[in-house]
Design a protein around this ligand. Structure first.
Ligand SMILES: [Zn+2]
Length: 197
């Protein structure tokens, strides 16, 4: 039994009884949709690092690691799907899994944006701490600057704050600072600002 590459219906003849496409036409349609979905996914993956720094979560680096893994998985899946389609193998489940990945970068970006956007400045809590290091990685899309400070959270030693260029240049190792943190409208604590003590 084979399935139509486009609509997924079972078919025994060359022409799909459900959508009317022939095997060749269904393959073209499938490929076009795969390209379109991959475009949406890649665009979101480019936008996500920017949007995530508007109201950067304290645990941004972990979120970026998670996103990096998801990115790798999705692209592997896209290549795999394309190959299986070319060999006319079963792809229905993989197609659905891939569709789930497509909006992921946009959902993550929207979540982080709304989390900071809907938070009130009245909720800022200030923690006195000190700079213990700086880290500047020039990325392809956007360099990531991190101000490494002593953590006020019991479970970890340091916080890696995603500061902007001005704050990155303003502070140096050993500086005594106060970090403003917002709880986040969706419960994701994010870094509001850094000030000299
Ligand atoms: Zn069909």
């Amino acid at each position: 039994m084979t399935r139509c590459l486009d609509c997924g219906s079972e078919r025994t003849t060359d022409q799909c009884p459900s959508c009317g496409l022939t095997t060749a036409a269904a393959e073209v349609m499938f490929r076009q949709r795969l390209m379109r979905q991959t475009g949406v996914f890649l665009l979101g993956s480019l936008a996500f690092p920017y949007i995530s720094q508007i109201h950067p979560p304290l645990d941004l680096d972990w979120i970026l690691v998670f996103f990096g893994i998801a990115f790798f998985l999705a692209l592997t899946l896209a290549i795999f799907l394309e190959r299986r389609a070319r060999n006319h193998q079963e792809i229905e489940i993989l197609k659905r899994v891939y569709s789930g990945f497509v909006p992921l970068p946009w959902i993550l970006a929207a979540t982080l944006f709304v989390n900071g956007r809907l938070d009130s400045p009245k909720n800022v809590v200030y923690y006195p701490t000190a700079v213990v290091g700086r880290f500047n990685m020039r990325g392809i899309v956007k360099g990531s600057r991190r101000l490494v400070v002593r953590s006020w959270r019991g479970e970890q030693k340091v916080e890696r704050l995603a500061v902007d260029m001005d704050d990155f240049d303003r502070f140096h190792e050993g500086d005594l600072i106060v970090v403003g943190v917002e709880p986040g409208a969706l419960g994701i604590a994010w870094y509001y600002g850094v000030y000299r003590r």
